[in-house]
Write a protein that binds this ligand. Structure first.
Ligand code: FRU
Length: 497
């Protein structure tokens, strides 16, 4: 089936219900399907949008194209949760059905105003010549989940940006509203974060310029900028497309990074920071468009798209693609962002059991012979050792997701997905590696969900997130190394959400 532009942008009501049901059934049947993560009910999922707490529940929306594994006519799909772990599908929420979002209800955010949730998003519009126009639109969601769009856009693109102007994050600060937006500067064609303010939400929005937070070029376009406060320090999360790798090294097609600041001056459009270059938010293969927010319980939470723009995934030929990460709780230590699972993730745990150093049999230490494909493994690997932890292994673990480590001198941790089943996106490398402090125990908290691995390293100092597409029969966990390796930990199977 060929995805012509015309087909991708066919209005939703031109698709018949049966096609959608077939696509949903196909996604449900997929061997690689996720069981405790947010995944598209059909078609393609991308950015998390409108992550918020409203009316006694957590809400997140995701960008979706429901009719295939392609980036077509986008809408927002609504999910709701009582605990940030078990999500209920609330269905299609923001549809691309007005003159200000006719070619896609693109990414945005949400904030509670009085007794409603206010959504701010980009309306993507193409004219007869297929020239893009971006409108920053608003909509109210009431307590019953009904959404009513504002008749007019809140912000139209200023003259100093190109057609690439999107992904508003709305924030209330003092007695004003602020919106920060991803932008491409027209004159320099570089990536910027624009900021606007308004005293009256539906009144005039004032252009405050670009946020000054670095003296370096942030590539050719910044997508999905997101400001969150962690221990009262501003953290700017963003996706600098085309960032020069000499500024910060990365291997994914586009990076998702952050800069931690000391002060954020809204009206002066400035974040003071001592950080000289952005830092990768996730050290794995597949995280993008992370959205974080300050919750009323005083905590800061983040959720990411596990997937990347402009690359293909093996499930594309099953007509669905991508998922969201689990929710991560943010904290700061020595200026570095720490990301940890939320406590409620523990509610997924089935009876656990302890694991500890085993004898080597045929050069392997078997941790679990039948781990299944849905589990959490917390493991501490003692210092001064080197070897490989194999996940999703076959009997001889020559096929496996390989977690290579050295906890002695020149300490490192590396994930190699080249032998973990169907390979993909190899052009961007098959390994991801981080440095570790020397001669220290290595703590891993690993979450596996069929085709997704989320590895929290040293209590959230790093997160490495990735998709992999192994034979679901391969469910052995083992360690290999020159010598017998010392480790201990706990293994839990995890329930469906
Ligand atoms: C990022 C992004 C956003 C845009 C959305 C469209 O992945 O390109 O910039 O709003 O996806 O789905």
């Amino acid at each position: 089936m060929e995805w012509t532009t015309k087909k991708r942008y066919l209005p939703y009501n031109k698709w018949d219900a049966e096609t959608l049901l077939d696509l949903q059934a196909q996604a449900d049947r997929s061997q690689s399907q996720l069981h405790y993560h947010i995944r598209p009910s059909s078609g393609l999922l991308n950015d998390p949008n409108g992550f918020s707490y409203f009316n006694g529940a957590w809400h997140v929306f995701y960008q979706q194209y429901p009719f295939g594994a392609v980036h077509g006519l986008k809408s927002w799909h609504h999910m709701k949760s009582a605990d940030l772990v078990h999500w209920e599908d609330m269905g299609l929420a923001v549809k691309p059905d007005t003159q200000f979002d006719s070619n896609g209800a693109y990414s945005g955010s949400a904030t509670v105003i009085n007794d409603k949730l206010f959504l701010m998003y980009t309306g993507n519009v193409r004219d007869q010549d297929w020239v893009r126009h971006s409108y920053q639109n608003g909509a109210w969601m009431n307590q019953d989940g009904n959404i009513e769009k504002l008749a007019r856009p809140l912000i139209e693109a200023p003259d100093h940006v190109t057609e690439h102007f999107r992904d508003p994050q709305i924030l209330k600060h003092g007695d004003k509203y602020y919106a920060i937006l991803g932008a491409q500067d027209k004159e320099t064609e570089t990536g910027k974060i624009a900021i606007f303010s308004a005293s009256d939400l539906t009144g005039k929005w004032t252009d405050l310029g670009y946020i000054n937070f670095t003296d370096k070029d942030m590539g050719y376009m910044i997508e999905c900028p997101n400001l969150v406060f962690v221990d009262d320090q501003p953290i700017l999360i963003f996706c600098p497309q085309g960032l020069n790798k000499k500024i910060t090294s990365y291997e994914n097609i586009y990076p998702n990074m952050y800069v931690a600041g000391s002060k954020f001056k809204f009206d002066a459009a400035k974040m003071t920071t001592s950080q000289t270059a952005p830092i990768n938010l996730d050290d794995g293969f597949d995280v993008y468009a992370t959205q974080a927010f300050n919750a009323p319980n005083g905590k800061a939470y983040a959720i990411s798209w596990v997937g990347l723009p402009d690359v293909e995934y093996p499930t594309d030929n099953e007509n669905w693609a991508n998922c969201l990460s689990q929710v991560k709780e943010l904290s700061l230590e020595n200026g570095r962002l720490i990301q940890r699972p939320v406590a409620a993730m523990g509610t997924l745990r089935q009876a656990g059991h302890l694991i500890r150093t085993e004898k080597i049999i045929d050069g392997r230490q078997v941790v679990e012979s039948h781990a299944g494909q849905q589990y959490e493994l917390k493991i501490t690997i003692a210092r001064n050792q080197s070897g490989t932890l194999h996940l999703a292994g076959n009997h001889t673990v020559d096929q496996s997701l390989q977690l290579n480590f050295n906890t002695g001198k020149d300490a490192f941790f590396e994930i190699d997905r080249s032998k973990a089943g169907q390979t993909f996106n190899e052009k961007f490398g098959v390994t991801r590696k981080i440095r570790l402090p020397e001669n220290q125990d290595l703590d891993l908290d690993i979450f596996i969900d069929h085709s997704l691995a989320e590895v929290f390293v040293n209590n959230g100092e790093h997160v490495m997130t990735l998709r992999y597409f192994a034979d679901q029969k391969n469910d052995k966990i083992a360690l290999t190394g020159k010598n017998s390796l010392n480790y201990y930990g706990t293994f839990w199977n995890l329930a469906d959400m």
